[in-house]
Write a protein that binds this ligand. Structure first.
Ligand code: AMP
Length: 283
C-alpha cells in the first residue's frame, strides 16, 4: 500500500493504473476509522481493481463552534487498517496541499441541500460539496463509495456528480451499527458510558417510526414525526433534538401522504456529540 500526501503523486499513480485498464474505487473519509469506514473500503476492494482512500479532516465542513480541533486524528492506525482490508493507495494531504491559498470558489446548494442538516449546520453541506468536488477532480473516473449513515450527504454528493457531470459513479452503502442499533460514528467516542447507553434512542425512535408507518393505518407524516420526537426528548442524556422527521427519500421534503420511498431521519445532541441516524421504508 502506498501513502501519498501530494495531489501530483496521486494523479501520477492513478494515470498508471488507468493505463493498465484497471478500474478505480474511491472512498473519501475524514479518518478515525471504524467498521463503517472499513465496510466501504471492503466493498470498493471487492468491486474494483484498485482502491484509493482519502483521509482528510475537512475544515470547510465545520462551523467555528463545532469539533474540528478535537476531531479524532489517528493516521498511523488508520493506515494499518487500510492495509489490512486491501486498500492500494491512501491520500492523506496536509491542509496546505489542499488549500495552498485562500479559496475563491465554493459550492452553493439549494433544494435538498437547504433542509435538515442544511438548516441546523449552516455551511456544513456546502463545505462537504466543495471538498468532494475537489477530491473528485483529483481522483477522476471512479466508483465513489459513501455511507447511507449520512443520507443527506449522499443525496448532495449524487446531485454534485450529476449537476457538474463529474466522472464519479456514486455508490451508497448500508449503515454499519453496533449490536444494540447505534450507528457507528467517529463521534461516538465523545460519549460517556451513560450517554453511550442512551444514544441508542435515535435508532429506537426511527424503528418505532417505521413500525407506525407499516402497521398503523391511522399514522400520518405529522404523527410519526411527533412520536419519534417524543421518544428522543424523553431520553435523559439527550441535550437537544434538532429533528426527527419522515421525508421523501430523494427530495428530502415531507410527503403529502405516507407513501412511496420514504426516509426517516433524526439528529440530536447527546452530551457534546451531535449524532445523526436514518432508516428507509418503501410503501
Ligand atoms: P467520515 O469519515 O465520517 O466523513 O465518513 C466517511 C464515510 O464513511 C462517509 O461516506 C460516511 O457516510 C461513511 N460512514 C460513516 N459511518 C458509517 C457507518 N456507521 N456505516 C456506513 N458508512 C459510514
Amino acid at each position: 500500500m502506498i501513502v501519498a500526501t501530494s495531489i501530483d503523486t496521486v494523479r501520477g499513480l492513478l494515470a498508471q493504473v488507468r493505463c493498465s485498464r484497471q478500474t478505480v474505487g474511491y472512498v473519501p473519509t475524514m479518518g478515525a476509522f471504524h467498521e463503517g469506514h472499513l465496510s466501504l473500503m471492503r466493498r470498493s476492494v471487492a468491486e474494483n481493481d484498485f482502491t484509493v482512500v482519502s483521509n482528510f479532516v475537512n475544515s470547510l465542513q465545520f462551523s467555528p463552534d463545532e469539533d474540528f480541533e478535537r476531531y479524532p486524528r489517528n493516521l498511523a492506525e488508520d493506515n494499518q487498517l487500510c492495509e489490512q482490508v486491501g486498500v492500494d493507495l491512501v491520500f492523506a494531504p496536509a491542509a496546505e496541499e489542499m488549500f495552498p491559498s485562500p479559496a475563491v470558489i465554493s459550492m452553493q446548494l439549494s433544494g435538498l441541500g437547504e433542509v435538515l442538516e442544511g438548516k441546523y449546520r449552516p455551511g456544513h453541506l456546502e463545505g462537504v460539496a466543495t471538498i468532494v468536488a475537489k477530491l473528485f477532480a483529483i481522483i477522476g473516473d471512479c466508483r465513489a463509495y459513501f455511507g447511507e449513515k449520512d443520507w443527506q450527504q449522499l443525496c448532495v454528493v449524487r446531485s454534485l456528480a450529476q449537476d457538474l457531470s463529474l466522472p464519479a459513479k456514486v455508490v451508497g452503502c448500508d449503515i454499519v451499527r453496533e449490536p444494540d442499533g447505534l450507528a457507528l460514528s467517529s463521534r461516538n467516542r465523545y460519549l460517556t458510558p451513560e450517554q453511550r447507553a442512551g444514544a441508542t434512542v435515535l435508532n429506537r425512535a426511527l424503528r418505532h417510526g417505521v413500525d407506525l408507518i407499516v402497521k398503523n393505518t391511522e399514522a400520518t407524516v405529522k404523527s410519526v414525526s411527533e412520536a419519534m420526537s417524543e421518544l428522543i426528548v424523553a431520553e435523559a442524556v439527550v441535550e437537544t433534538l434538532d429533528y426527527a422527521v419522515v421525508v421523501n427519500s430523494q427530495t428530502l421534503l415531507p410527503p403529502s401522504k405516507l407513501e412511496g420511498d420514504l426516509r426517516l431521519l433524526a439528529a440530536a445532541k447527546v452530551g457534546t456529540a451531535r449524532l445523526i441516524d436514518n432508516l428507509g421504508v418503501k410503501l
